[in-house]
Design a protein around this ligand. Structure first.
Ligand code: GDP
Ligand code: MN
Length: 408
């Protein structure tokens, strides 16, 4: 589970990592009030669960009230690489003297924790890491040993916080580790960890976390009261939320063929198969969603899946691709038939089964003589049918619309 910047920095504050003063605002008016409280200049930062907000124009400095309101008005409706901005964080603007990058993450290969750090932090950090991998230090924290302040000091020394106070850098490393460990995080990243202050006043200089990127391990939610305090679902796709509430993995895309399958790998290849078939047919048809029904495919689960997929008005037909393992395709077939009785909107359903009781399942569907169901023998055949039917329905709708237009 990824956190917004304003949430991640809450965790930083709890551990005593220095952050600039900041107020979270949901409207431009609130942002203006927040900016007046913080003082000028201040930074207006669009909250989206994605990096490179700065480069996308979602992080801007305001010098007075009117600028703060105008910037918030501009940033609030923005999308950063497909991620909707949800609120703005109004922060005290810091005078940046130097930008470092520091992160702690799970390293699955070496089965420990990776500390990545570079003195060349900031918005270009990926580019720098590509061109000069030697600038990036990779150090490790042993999961079986305690990581102490003394260890953090050695680590800070190795990283090389040139121009900054090594002891303060070590304190921050230790607190980042505590943030990581106590919150069951999979990532704690600060970019920039900035040296800020008045260039002419040595005593004003300090390290400060000007950004936060924190991901929490969803499997540990039960240890943290479900992380209810981070439940900020406004702005999330309503169909995705509905699927989540039913324990289903649904991701909305923007095509016309609904896709339902069991197992993430099978669903991913079903999406590819649809896109590939459409390309061969010379149409613009694309998959409309990813939906993994997981292990069970009871009638209730199938009904919920079909009704979620069909609630997307762009969907013309649905490709159901199930490999029967523990789940029998016969049960899935019964589930589909039951589901079709229960849902309001119907659309052609193209079904491909393989594995456990596939033949029986397909036979059950065929014997039902339901006009909505199209049975296919292979995945390629099913994907091609789904793409072709969707294109046909899309064209029919388009010509209906032009006919209506002519009548006016
Ligand atoms: P990101 O682009 O999504 O990583 O968003 P950041 O929060 O890192 O902000 C982008 C960039 O804006 C940072 O790398 C800084 O260079 C700049 N920035 C952020 N806060 C301040 C600030 O208080 N003062 C100044 N001068 N620049 C800031
Ligand atoms: Mn950043």
């Amino acid at each position: 589970m990824d956190l917004y910047e304003y949430q991640g920095r809450q965790l930083f504050m709890e551990k005593g990592i220095p952050v600039p003063e900041g107020i979270y605002a949901l409207t431009a008016e609130e942002a203006g009030e927040a900016a007046d409280k913080i003082g000028y200049p201040c930074v207006i930062k669009g909250q989206a669960k994605i990096g490179h907000r700065g480069q996308a124009g979602a992080v801007k400095i305001a010098n007075n009230h009117d600028e703060a309101v105008a910037l918030a008005e501009r940033i609030l409706p923005m999308e950063v690489r497909g991620h909707k901005v949800h609120g703005v964080l109004v922060c005290e603007a810091a005078n940046i003297l130097h930008e470092y990058y520091v992160s702690i993450s799970v390293d699955r290969t070496s089965r420990d924790y990776d500390v990545l750090a570079t003195a060349a932090g900031g918005t270009e950090v990926e580019e720098i890491a590509r061109k000069h991998p030697e600038y990036v230090k990779r150090l490790h924290i042993d999961p079986y040993k305690d990581f102490t302040l003394a260890d953090a000091k050695v680590m800070a020394e190795q990283i090389g916080f040139y121009h900054a106070d090594n002891d303060q850098a070590a304190e921050i490393l230790l607190k980042m580790w505590q943030t990581f460990k106590d919150n069951d995080a999979t990532l704690v990243e600060i970019n920039p960890l900035a040296k800020i202050g008045d260039p002419n006043d040595e005593s004003s200089k300090m390290l400060c976390a000007l950004d936060s990127k924190v991901s929490l391990d969803g499997n540990a939610a039960f240890r943290h009261d479900g992380w209810k305090r981070f439940d900020d679902t406004t702005g999330e796709d309503p169909l995705e939320l509905r699927a989540k509430a039913h324990g289903l993995h649904y991701v909305r895309l923007n095509g016309q063929v609904g896709v339902i399958g069991n197992g993430a790998g099978l669903v991913m290849s079903s999406l590819d198969a649809v896109a590939d078939a459409a390309e061969q047919q010379g149409t613009d048809i694309k998959p409309a969603n990813f939906l993994d029904i997981g292990g069970g495919a009871s009638a209730e689960v199938m009904a919920e899946c079909l009704s979620i997929v069909l609630a997307d008005p762009n969907v013309r037909d649905v490709f159901v691709n199930v490999y029967g393992g523990i789940t029998s395709c016969q049960l899935v077939a019964e589930g589909i038939l039951e589901a079709l009785k229960a849902i309001e909107r119907t659309a052609p359903i193209i079904v491909r089964f393989d594995g456990n009781a596939a033949a029986e399942g397909l036979e059950t569907l065929e014997n039902a003589h339901n006009d909505s169901i199209v049975v296919a023998r292979t995945m390629e055949e099913a994907a091609a049918e789904a793409a072709r039917i969707a294109a046909e329905l899309e064209n029919a709708q388009f010509s209906d619309a032009t006919k209506e237009g002519e009548n006016l």
